[in-house]
Design a protein around this ligand. Structure first.
Ligand code: PRP
Length: 212
């Protein structure tokens, strides 16, 4: 038998949606994970190994080839610009990246501060708008920044809009829509093209997308 196909899956909220899609495509990965804290799961009967990764790290495992395939948010792909193939839009975990801040606060004229965990996406966006900004990098709870005067605006994910609302913030502009994507290591794609194509084809039937 060939070496197992290794898939880096995001832990947390995307996992269940992704695993549900995999199940519909004929790969039942849910049963074992539900009760488990294991980070590497083996499915010998399907010749698959799953690595449970932080969503931001999935792309790293795939770029270095320790995982052949990964499921990653478009937000991470835009931010990290790594050497991986993006083969399928899974359409799951839809949300978007937006600029938000306190209501009725015009953007300061001189180097407004933008708090974000997406420095590249934010810099690219404001450069296109012709605005010179200062990035304040944060790792989470970004919405705090305008409340305590650390930043004029934030650039962050909006899903239901609840976090903005409950913190008295408003959305100023949408930057880009986000869904989860299937990504593939370029070398794996050559060496394991049969298994990978089979999985991508089955998943694309489930999500109703042509794969690119
Ligand atoms: C994300 C994002 C927002 C929130 C948006 O944070 O950064 O804070 O979800 O979701 P909503 O529009 O449904 O309220 P996450 O929960 O990933 O935690 P973080 O603050 O640690 O980034």
């Amino acid at each position: 038998m060939h070496k197992p196909l290794t898939i880096a899956m995001p832990k947390g909220r995307i996992f269940e949606e992704a695993a549900e899609l995999m199940k519909k495509a004929g790969y039942d990965l849910l049963a074992e994970q539900e009760e488990s804290r294991k980070l590497i799961l083996e499915f010998p009967e399907q010749n698959i190994r799953i690595m449970m990764a932080k969503p931001m790290d999935v792309v790293t495992y795939v770029e270095y080839g320790t995982a052949d395939i990964g499921i990653a948010g478009k937000d991470v792909l835009l931010e990290q610009d790594r050497d991986v193939y993006e083969v399928l839009d899974l359409g799951i975990s839809p949300c978007y990246i937006a600029v938000a801040g306190l209501p009725d606060q015009p953007l300061s004229k001189i180097a407004p501060k933008i708090a974000t965990k997406y420095p590249k996406v934010a810099s690219d966006y404001f450069r296109e708008q012709g605005e010179q900004i200062e990035i304040i990098p944060l790792n989470g709870s970004i919405e705090i920044a305008p409340l305590i005067g650390l930043a004029d605006r934030i650039v962050d994910i909006v899903s239901t809009g609840r976090t903005l609302k409950e913190n008295g913030l408003v959305e100023y502009e949408k930057i880009v829509g986000i869904t989860s994507r299937m990504i593939v290591n370029p070398v794996s794609y050559r060496l394991k093209s049969k298994e990978i194509d089979e999985m991508v084809n089955q998943l694309s039937e489930v999500v109703g997308e042509d794969f690119v």
